[in-house]
Design a protein around this ligand. Structure first.
Ligand SMILES: Cc1ncc(COP(=O)(O)O)c(C=O)c1O
Length: 368
């Protein structure tokens, strides 16, 4: 029956592996949600800032559709980033903007380059939108293989190159030289800065971000989010800066009410609570450094340096999957394990509050 055929590239997508919701997990582990130490999804354990909580509690217009152009938020983001508002577009998380970009840019079979190991949504979004994924793997220390990337772009003429800096799962940054070399290539470079506020470079709006370079370039997109530094992952709000030629297509294609009123109010209030949130980002950086130092003392973990709110560790002499399972079942501590090539002997641990690090270190010491 002709109408029973979803698009070929959707049928060919790898099976969906759902995230276990917190409530379900809490029942499975037999622990109350507040007794679970959740260090598996790079969330911000401090949650929204006081002003954002207040804005949510006082929300007035939940019965009215939101502004399709998110004018107030984009203006506030312009003040935050220094990028004129006409270059900015907000979305339901950076995830929505990744999908929107791919939907707008790809015709079936168009190529997109990613550099694994990296954030899984790049491969998923490319396949879902009928694109052809070209993977140019990172080197064993997670740095980019620049010559291979240059060759892939020149030989295969991809439409886009999707990169994260800091990269998820290792936390490494893209250097200025690397970015310059990539921007010389005939490809749209999408730089995902979901974790840039933890890099510790400069004020919160800047933090070593490349977002202010976007209006001067034709082939650079920078994506950012409120999910991590502002603790709004559950509300879904992100934004990006895009070159002038791309914006009309994005505006035409986006869902009209993609940023809901609660997300918008919380994001605006977060931008007014920068000093508080800068303090939170500093504490998470401090815990990341403590994790790096302390995990490195254990015989069975080798942490990598990270500029984000997480630390990737190689687990050389035992099963990384079993370690993850033991931490969850015996201690109620969740860390991330990736069942993918190159990462099967690794775990990724998000930076939490000092008490979260204490619980983790105690558990790991008992497993030494
Ligand atoms: C590199 C990277 N980009 C984007 C996201 C998702 O951001 P958002 O919550 O804004 O959709 C994540 C989330 O883990 C991520 O690791």
């Amino acid at each position: 029956m002709i109408y029973q055929n979803p698009a070929r590239w959707v049928v060919d997508l790898p099976p969906y592996t759902p995230i276990e919701p917190f409530e379900v997990l809490s029942v499975r582990l037999g622990r109350r949600p507040q007794d679970i130490v959740k260090l598996d999804a790079n969330e911000n354990p401090y949650g929204p800032s006081p002003r954002a909580r207040q804005a949510l509690a006082e929300l007035q217009f939940a019965h009215i559709y939101p502004d399709p152009e998110s004018r107030a938020l984009r203006q506030a983001l312009s003040d935050f980033t220094g990028v004129p508002a006409e270059f900015l577009l907000s979305g339901a998380g950076a995830d929505e903007l990744i999908d929107l970009l791919l939907r707008v840019m790809l015709e079936p079979g168009d190529r997109v380059i990613t550099c694994p190991p990296t954030f899984g949504m790049y491969a998923f979004g490319t396949r879902l939108n009928g694109g052809q994924l070209v993977e140019v793997p990172r080197r064993p220390n997670f740095s980019l293989d620049l010559p291979a990337l240059q060759q892939a772009v020149n030989d295969l003429q991809p439409k886009m190159l999707l990169l994260a800096s800091p990269n998820n799962p290792d936390g490494s940054l893209l250097s200025d030289q690397e970015l310059h070399a990539l921007l010389e290539l005939p490809v749209l470079v999408v730089l995902d800065e979901a974790y840039i506020e933890f890099s510790g470079l400069g004020a919160l709006g800047e933090q070593g971000s490349r977002i202010s370079a976007v209006p001067q370039r034709d082939n650079l997109v920078v994506l950012r989010t409120f999910s991590k530094w502002a603790g709004l992952a559950g509300l879904r709000v992100g934004y990006g800066a895009f070159p002038a030629w791309l914006l009309p297509a994005l505006w035409r294609a986006k869902q009209p009410y993609n940023v809901n009123v609660a997300a918008s109010a919380a994001a605006l209030a977060s931008l007014e609570d920068r000093d508080y949130l800068a303090g939170i980002a500093a504490s998470l950086r401090q815990e990341r450094e403590r994790l790096q130092r302390e995990l490195g003392r254990l015989s069975f973990l080798q942490p990598y340096p990270s500029c984000a709110n997480f630390v990737l560790c190689r687990v050389p002499d035992r099963s990384a999957r079993e370690l993850k399972e033991t931490l969850a079942a015996q201690y109620g501590i969740l860390v991330r394990y990736f069942d993918s090539p190159g990462l099967r002997d690794h775990i990724r641990i998000s930076a939490g509050r000092p008490q979260d690090t204490n619980s983790l270190l105690e558990a790991l010491a008992a497993l030494e």
